[in-house]
Ligand binder design. Sequence first.
Ligand SMILES: [Zn+2]
Length: 340
Amino acid sequence: MAEEFASATAPVEWSAVAGHEETKERLQTLLREGRVPHALLFSGPRGIGKRMLAAATAAALLCKSPKDGLACGVCESCRALAAGTHPDFYAVLPEKAGKAARSIKIEQIRELRAEAARRPRLSARRTVLLDDVETMNDAAANALLKTLEEPPGDTVFFLVTGARQSLLPTIVSRCTGVRFAPLNDEAMAQVLTEHGVSEELLKPLIALSEGSAGRALRLFEEDALSLREDAMETLERLPQMTPEDVFSLGEQLGAMDRERLSEWLRYFRMLLRDLLAIYGGSGALLNADLEERLFALPGKISERKAFLAAREAAEAARRIETSNAVTRLAIESFLLRTGK
Ligand SMILES: [Zn+2]
């Protein structure tokens, strides 16, 4: 666990963070000029390197002999960070409790407050990194807000989120925003190649990942193409299914792991998006490799049905992401409304 934690937050080299050239330049200028604000909010799509860059910025702030504003990689501070033992670097990640989704709890924020108030031991200041801050409940968020309003000592806070819109506005306004855009195809290819993805898989993975290298790598590891195949087959069968078939399918899908089901729904929606593109006369398909099968769908699913299905699938995905209890229900009502 400790090892996993260290590797999740250990800074990589600045240059190893792919893409985001303008953002990196802006941060490096702040570092070089010693003007890094006391709280930064890194926001943008998931899996694009926000946390890596936050950790690398923290490393630069803690470094004993920074070079051109960036961490040297060899001083006592840099070595302690790499080993996950730096006393002035504190990271908070969402924790799992029982069956509930991972979240940052108020106890973690209380510990953070105590931690952040202590004097730095190795470096000139302390740094705190909070990832997935949108998973805080209201109590935790209010506790964090207090900390940001009365910043203890010379501590720099890095808040990282893939869902900026769900944060308390008061927290957002306390931070200097650093927005991240999805990675471009070139940066995506760079990251994927570094992780051993073969040439022929680059194109479909990049097409399926919307500029998120994290997503692409997960897809690669989880054999996402088989999950998409499952969604495709469901879409092909759905128009002929009886309500009984639909219920048993709902049962089957409802038993899936939540994240996998969300992913399945994503493919289902992407396939529907392609079907609607076909109806709209646009030739640009996201799943270009399935073109032949997609062009066979208009005979089975009307444009109106496809439109409704896309809407229902989006609603089901939203419900599954925001609530623990309704997975089965959400998926069944979506299938019933989508089927014949
Ligand atoms: Zn250093």
